[in-house]
Design a protein around this ligand. Structure first.
Ligand code: G3P
Length: 223
């Protein structure tokens, strides 16, 4: 399963990339709104740091506007994937992008039918929003499992990109459900490594090692 980070914060992206396991980045207008500078510069900087797919979202909601932005965003760097919302005009734009060879990440997916139509239109990625469904007492993971089965039944190659993840548990559940990609808030990526028994165990090993070194320095270690 590929790991993307879901942010436009360069410090967080560099930190995640330094871990050596980062496959890509997703951004959205809310992420961009927290950064300073021009949109193109922000996206270009991310693309320079991370060679994998970098999602850059359109904000137009009509077909012509979406296509103009899609072509523009795709031209910012070779690894840009154009993010398009799954609305009627968006569906047309997804198909047109596929015909033009522009990769798409279809966003704001909350139902199996939205995911099915996105795949039929030729989407590169579908982004079901797990956390926002859980927030309204639905089951985000159930959506992922249903999309996985539909795509497998018919051999759709659209990759399932689990989005709106809120915890390391969501990551495990996505992996069990067969997600192709997860996009993670940077803090969730850090939390995936954390375990108190790891910290306690390491502290004990280092304490024992220091005690052994001290004994060795005193000449008390038997050959
Ligand atoms: O970028 C799309 C998605 O991951 C947003 O997540 O936490 O705002 O629901 P969230």
């Amino acid at each position: 399963m590929k790991i993307f980070v879901d942010t436009a914060d360069m410090d967080a992206i560099r930190e995640a990339n330094a871990m050596g396991i980062l496959d890509g980045v997703t951004t959205n207008p809310s992420h961009i709104s927290k950064e300073s500078g021009a949109f193109d510069d922000i996206i270009r900087q991310i693309c320079d740091e991370v060679p994998g797919p970098v999602s850059a979202e359109v904000v137009a909601t009509d077909f012509d506007g979406m296509m103009a932005e899609a072509r523009h965003n795709a031209g910012i760097a070779d690894n840009v994937v154009v993010k398009i919302p799954i609305i009627p005009e968006g569906l047309k734009a997804i198909k047109a992008c596929a015909d033009e060879g522009i990769k798409t990440n279809v966003t704001l997916c909350f139902s199996p039918n939205q995911a099915y139509l996105a795949a039929k239109a030729g989407a590169t990625y579908i982004s079901p929003f797990i956390g926002r469904l859980d927030d309204i007492a639905h089951d985000g993971m159930d959506l992922i499992q249903t999309i996985r089965q539909i795509y497998d039944n018919y051999g759709y190659e659209t990759e399932i990109l689990g989005a709106s993840l809120r915890s390391p548990k969501h990551v495990v559940e996505c992996a069990l459900a067969g997600c192709d990609v997860v996009t993670l808030p940077p803090d969730v990526l850090q939390k995936m490594l954390a375990h108190p028994l790891t910290d306690i165990g390491l502290e004990r090993f280092l304490t024992d090692w220091k005690a052994w070194e001290a004994k060795q320095a005193d000449g008390k270690v038997l050959a």
